[in-house]
Design a protein around this ligand. Structure first.
Ligand code: FES
Ligand SMILES: [Fe+2]
Length: 427
């Protein structure tokens, strides 16, 4: 449903592409704080939108996010020594601070001022809620940090995950805008579609979702993206609305009912064929309990979170092992024979055609693909304006991100959902 040229435009985010330049106007998740846990800890490799970087935390606790290769003869700084306020290349000892300044150059004489003429790429980094974000755009733009509600919640109210997908960011993100797959791909056979939970109780929202797999959708554009209202009428004057947020350029937020834990994902291009999924489960009202975390990760066969290979951010059930599909399970227990919501999603989105970048010119979209069409439309529009010299507004206005996804019962009387649910949506 897109032309090949449009597909190319939306899916390529390296530095020399239009979308790559556009994305670099926004603060983007780069790694987790836990990857660089303490001052002078070992440096870690970061690949972001096709750029190879190195992340460090110096002796003063400042984060460095720098070009991965030494300015002398390009040795990989991953092997470097994180010393007193600087990362030292082990080949000839050039040392760089977190701003990329060369602070020591043992191969030159004391008198030489060569080191003052050398500068390594270094991007500003900021840390919120256990995520280190990077700004890789022009230095002089007045960009603002996206003011997500979870940024400043107490630690106990926030649970963070990260894992890799072997496909382009766009189809990964589109998977979260695709509300109508939920009652199909993630269906359980044995329980009439509902997730078996630890206590044997299924939540009311999910019961609504499974009972009516074909909701009606309404979309409301906002300055920072759009909201999707998925409506399931209850037949008694009330309707169950699941209101999802999409925020430029790579954020999706999945609702729960008020008081329950909400979910944010960012679909961050590692490069054009790999994506980091950053997930924050957060509760604005109360701490997240240990039981909840257990359920996110372990409920029956369908944990909402991905299971990573220990010590990595790579999923156990992945493309190389066909997500450990079990055909007997598929015959008797769940729709896919694959364990875990995220693995089921990964099986779908990593296998949309033979290549890791889906060919959208070959698709045949249906009426329930409205949100996907809208995201593409908004991104294409944004890229067009950006090409004409317009800086993206959401990158300049952090408070456009003060949005909450929510699932609520509203009066079924024709009032637009965003009016009916306003008090729940804006924070
Ligand atoms: S390559 Fe790094 S100091 Fe020579
Ligand atoms: Fe899904």
């Amino acid at each position: 449903m897109l032309s090949a040229a449009e597909n190319e435009l939306l899916t390529r985010t390296d530095q020399d592409t239009l979308a790559g330049q556009y994305f670099r106007r926004f603060w983007m998740p780069a790694l987790l704080s836990e990857e660089i846990p303490s001052p002078d800890c070992p440096p870690v490799r970061v690949r972001l939108m096709g750029e190879n970087l190195i992340a460090t935390r110096d002796s003063s606790g400042r984060i460095g996010l720098m070009g991965a290769y030494c300015m002398h003869r390009q040795m990989d700084l991953f092997f470097g020594r994180n010393e007193e306020n600087g990362l030292r290349c082990v080949y000839h000892g050039w040392k760089f601070d977190v701003e990329g300044n060369c602070v020591d150059m043992p191969t030159e004489t004391e008198a030489s001022n060569y080191k003052h003429r050398i500068k390594l790429t270094a991007y500003p980094a900021r840390e919120f809620a256990g995520i280190v974000w990077a700004y890789m755009g022009p230095k002089d733009l007045p960009v603002e940090f996206p003011d997500f509600e979870f940024n400043n919640l107490p630690k106990e109210n926030v649970y963070i995950r990260k894992s890799m997908l072997e496909c382009n960011y766009l189809q990964a993100m589109e998977g979260n805008l695709d509300s109508s797959h939920v009652g199909i791909l993630h269906r359980f056979l044995a329980t009439g579609g509902l997730t078996p939970t630890v206590g044997g109780v299924t939540d009311i929202g999910e019961a609504q979702t499974v009972r009516d797999v074909v909701p009606s959708f309404e979309i409301k554009d906002t300055a920072g993206g759009f909201m999707i209202g998925a409506k399931r009428a209850r037949g008694d004057g009330k309707a169950y609305w699941r209101i999802t947020q999409w925020l430029l350029p790579v954020h999706t937020m999945i609702p729960s009912e008020p008081g329950e834990t909400l979910l944010w994902d960012a679909w961050v291009p590692i490069d054009d064929t790999h994506t980091w999924v950053y997930r924050v489960q957060y509760n604005p009202w109360r701490p997240i309990s240990a039981k909840e975390i257990f359920e996110f990760n372990n409920v029956g066969l369908m944990p909402i979170n991905v299971e990573n290979i220990p010590g990595t951010y790579l999923p156990v059930r992945n493309r190389s092992n066909n997500y450990q599909i079990d055909r007997e399970l598929q015959r008797t227990y769940n729709f896919t024979g694959i364990k875990g919501n995220n693995a089921q999603d990964a099986a779908a989105i990593e296998n949309q055609g033979p290549t890791p970048i889906a060919d959208r010119a070959k698709e045949n979209l249906g009426s329930r693909d409205l949100a996907i069409m809208q995201a593409r439309k908004r991104l294409l529009q944004a890229l067009k304006e950006f090409k004409d010299g317009v800086e993206p507004l959401p990158a300049l206005k952090g408070d456009l991100y003060k949005m909450r996804p929510i699932a609520v019962f509203l009066d079924d009387n024709g009032t637009p959902f965003y009016d009916g649910a306003k008090e729940h949506i804006f924070v």
